[in-house]
Structures are given as C-alpha cells and as structure tokens.
Design a binder for this molecule. Sequence first.
Ligand code: HEM
Length: 340
Amino acid sequence: MSVDPNKEVYYSSYLKIDELLSLQEPLSGGGSKPAHDETLFIIIHQTYELWFKQILHEVASIHSMFSAESVAEHQIGLSVARLERVHEIQKILVDQIRVLETMKPLDFLDFRDVLAPASGFQSVQFRKLENILGLGEDLREVYNNQAYHTKLSEGHQQEVIDSGKVTSLLTLIDRWLCRTPFLQVEGFDFWESYKEKVSGRLEGEIKDSDSGFEYLFNEEMYNSRNKRLSYKATQAALFIFLYREQPILHMPYKLLQSLMTMDELFTSWRSRHVQMVHRMLGRKMGTGGSSGYDYLRKTAEKHKVFTDLMDLSTYLIPRSELPELPEELKRTLGFYYGNG
Ligand code: HEM
C-alpha cells in the first residue's frame, strides 16, 4: 500500500525535493547537449547559497540578541553555540572547493562563455552577510571605481544597500563591550594598573612609537588610526582577554574568540577561492568584469571585520605580571557577569 502525501507528512513534500531537483538548468548546448560539468557548477553554487542562508539565519539571530539594551548571560552562551555551528559550516564551504576543482580549466571553458556577465560578485546573500557583520563600503576593495553593488539588479541593489544601513554586528559588539562592568571599581582601575605594569615592563619599548603601546595609551592617537573598535571597547576586550580565567569572563572570552574564528574562516574561504580561480582562469578577467585573481587576492587580504580584536594580542602580558585584582572584585567575577 502506498503512502498518501496529502494525509501525512511526506519526505518529498516536506523538503520540496521535486522542486529542488528541478532547479538545475544548464545554459550551454542551447538546450540539447549541455557541457557535462555545468551540472556540478550549478549544484555547487546552489549548495553554497543554501549554506549562506543558514549562516545568515544564525548571524541574524545573534545580531538580534545583541541589538537589545542588555544581553543576558545565557544569550552569550547561545551566541557562542551558534557561532560554533557557523564555523563548522564554513569549514565545509572551504572544503567544498575541492569538489569544484575536479572540474579542470578546459572543462570550464566548455561552458564559461555562456555565463558572462553573471558572477559570484552578484551573490546577494554573500553581500548581506558581509554587511551585517560590518564590512562597511569604505572598507571594501573598489574595482573600476564602482560600488560593490552596481552589478546587481535594481531590486537586489536595494536589498543589499538596505542591509548596509542596519547597525552591524561589529558595532553591536562594540556597544556591548563598552557596557562591560568591573573595569573601574572601588579601589581598582584596570586601565591605570595595566598601564603601570606595561610601563614598568617595557620601559624602552614604550617610548618607541612603533611598538603600538604609545597609541594604545593615548586615546587621540588611537582614534586617529581608523580603528574599527572604539577606545573604550578595546579596553574592555583587553580586560576580558587578560582575565579570561575568571569564571564570569569565560563566555565573553569565548564569544570574542568565536567572532575572530568566523572572520578567519571567511578569510580561509576567500584565500581558497582565489587559489582555485588562479588555477582555473590564470590572469583572465572574471565574468563579472573584475581583474579576477588580482581583485580577489586583495579582498582576501582586506575584507576582514574583527581584525582589531586580533590586534589585541600585541598587548597581552604574561599572567605572572598581570595587575592583581582586589579580592572583592575576584569574588564578583567568580559568580556573575551582570553586563547591563
Ligand atoms: C569555476 C569556478 C569559479 C570561478 C572561476 C570564479 C571566479 C570568480 C571571479 C573571477 C570573481 C571576481 C568577480 C568577477 O570578476 O567575476 C569571483 C567572485 C566571487 N565568487 Fe567566484 N568563482 C568560481 C566559483 C565560485 C563559487 C562556487 C562560489 C560560491 C558561491 C563563488 C563565489 C564568489 C563570490 C561570493 C565572489 C565575490 C567575492 C568578492 O567580491 O569579494 N565563486 N569569482
């Protein structure tokens, strides 16, 4: 007896498998004999877009939690868990390039001409993801003096531009860091104590303007360096990095680490993509009209969002030299974070 999909939940109907499998329509061969590898090319892009959708779903939920006036402790844990899921997806995205590389440059040439001017340049979800994370227009590599969204249809352009107007996750994290308590409590001023320790430790180096410490301790100089993280947020992040072993700081620390890992994995994807493009196209221009390899190489280097957090390692000092926290503060850090 066969099942009745109208009466009970049915695998194909629930997952819309028939619709999904009818979405691969090769363009080459004029409808008769498409190039063999075009199917792989279509399926791999569609798979990427599905994963982008899932990543956006996770990131949007974190964005929404951090949009609130205060972030509850369990929401920090939840954000970390979701970012860890994003990391796993990103690893698949990087790995998946190997499948694409089973298509060789000559196989690609069997259908490449019919694709122009379509390009990954036009991935709306990818641009939305960059925007929600905080890759502002001013931070982007510009090609041919054109805005990054000019190659999109009018409707898509609007969607992407609108996504760029929303307060980014980077800014929300900055605000959350600025609300970190404990940096200045009765009898303890983190910044002053840290500065004192560093000055003693690096007497010579601190006078050297290249060491970076000089501008770290001078708000005006810090702000003149076009940093993406505000001065106050930088102090808070450094506090979290230095005292991460205090129980209350565990989750905030993991959150900052997870954001950096996500950034790093996007860079890994960009680097793998550009390596693959180099082998596939050599120095040919992209179908989207960019210089191809050269443009992508620059974006892999430049299109990063949470680099200021990574830079903070410059200012870490050995545990043994950390300013001692007052007992009262240690007790508080042992129990509750209370970031209001
Ligand atoms: C044969 C395989 C591929 C080749 C030769 C290729 C080539 C290129 C080139 C040359 C560009 C620069 C823009 C242009 O001028 O077109 C580009 C951008 C891009 N590609 Fe690919 N690509 C391939 C596969 C993929 C796949 C599977 C994805 C997954 C979605 C992808 C996503 C992107 C994205 C998101 C960009 C924009 C990058 C940015 O502006 O930072 N590409 N691709």
